[in-house]
Every structure is written in C-alpha cells, then in structure tokens.
Design a protein around this ligand. Structure first.
Ligand code: C5P
Length: 217
C-alpha cells in the first residue's frame, strides 16, 4: 500500500489539497480531523464539557464512529447517523482540540486510521499522521501557512456561506487551537523529521497539489 501523510496546523488547506491529490492518484482520502470532531460532537450533544476528562473518555468509548464514501466524498457517521455537516461548526472545531488531548480518545481513532491505511492506498490528513499514526508512510508532508493567511482563507469561506464573522476573532481561535495541538502531551502537532515542509502562504491550491504529486512521482 502507498500511504501519504499530510499534517499541519488548522486551516492550512490540508483537506482541500489531500482531497485533490487523492482523486488524482485514485487513493482514498481520510480526514482524521472529522473523526475527532465526531467524538467532540457526541460529547457536546450529551452536555459533557471538554474538561470532564472521565466523562469524555467514557462517552468516546461508547459511541461508534465510522467513515463512508459517497461519490468520492468522505462521510462520517456517529452511531450510523451522517454528521458530516454538523461537525463543521466552529463550536465543535474548538471543542475538538480540547478533547483530542486525551490519550484513550486518540487510541480508539488511531487504531481505525492504521487499519484503513493497511488495507488501502490513502492520503490521510491530520496532526499526528506522520509522527504517530503512520510513522512509515511513503511520503510525509507538513503543510503550513501564516496564521493571518489561514484566518483570511477561513474568513472568505464563512463570508461566502453568508455567515457574519470577524477576521481577528478567527485568527485568535486559530492561534489558540494551534497552541493546544502543539503543546499537548500525547502526540502533539510537530513536523516529522522526514516530512517535506510546504509553506503555502504564497502558493495557490494548484501549486501545492503539483508540488505534492511531483514528490509522489
Ligand atoms: O483538521 P481539523 O481542523 O478538522 O481538526 C480538528 C481538531 O482535531 C484539531 O484541532 C486537533 O485538535 C484534532 N486532531 C488531532 N489529530 C488528528 C486530527 C485532528 O488531534 N490527527
């Protein structure tokens, strides 16, 4: 199997890029952030706060998170219910990085991710793919961009969806989330030693895709 790991901070464009690269290569795209978001949604719906460690862990152990594909698009299911859209809310994104610090929560999802990669050619994106999930991946990319650039991209997306938002608040949320992801004890976000760094602040999506597909070839 050929496994490509793409890691990097929030809003660096990992999923956009990974989706296109997977399509071009005929590989499966695995969005691991969606899996963590689904666990956070389960806790949120149950009224559990992210600092209630034992309750969070118990809830995550009791739910079923699964992935499916519809016309090449990844769907994520919580106990069989398609929650692919609901998990995208900002409130869930922020809660996710707070529950992703717990080792037992990560263990459940890492096992699923490793099983997927053992059976399929994958482009998998997340925070710990090159370092913890697939340390032997054939290609590792660390995709990043300045926090301002990432906030501007997110702002544009939200405005296009007709949502009211403030770019400084978005940048602050991004910086807070990166801090939590980079400073947690278990599998913090860090560039793997053998990952190729792609700094995309001044690159278009096409340029990043081209750079990665060239590395695969
Ligand atoms: O990539 P996305 O923004 O959807 O990820 C949401 C959160 O899930 C991240 O901020 C991070 O805390 C967590 N995550 C993680 N490990 C991964 C993927 C996501 O801890 N492999």
């Amino acid at each position: 199997m050929y496994n490509i790991a793409i890691d990097g901070p929030a809003g660096a464009g990992k999923s956009t890029i990974a989706k296109i690269v997977a399509k071009e290569l005929g590989y499966i795209y695995v969005d691991t952030g969606a899996m963590y978001r689904t666990m956070a949604l389960a806790c949120y719906r149950a009224g559990i706060k992210s600092d209630q460690k034992e309750e969070v862990i118990e809830k995550c152990k009791s739910v079923d998170v699964s992935l499916g594909y519809e016309n090449g698009t990844q769907k994520v299911y919580l106990n069989g219910e398609d929650v692919s859209i609901e998990i995208r809310q900002e409130v869930i994104g922020n809660m996710t990085s707070a529950i992703a610090v717990y080792g037992p929560v990560r263990e459940i999802l890492v096992k699923m991710q490793q099983e997927l990669a053992a059976k399929n050619n994958v482009v998998m994106d997340g925070r710990d793919i090159g370092t913890a999930v697939l340390p032997n991946a054939d290609l590792k990319i660390y995709l990043t961009a300045s926090s301002r650039t990432r906030a501007e991209r997110r702002y544009k997306e939200l405005v296009e969806k007709g949502q009211k938002c403030n770019i400084d608040d978005i940048e602050k949320d991004i910086i807070d989330r990166d801090y939590r992801d980079m400073h947690r004890e278990v599998s913090p976000l860090v560039q793997a030693e053998d990952a190729v760094l792609v700094e995309s602040s001044d690159m278009t999506i096409e340029q990043v895709v081209e750079a990665i597909t060239k590395l695969v070839k």
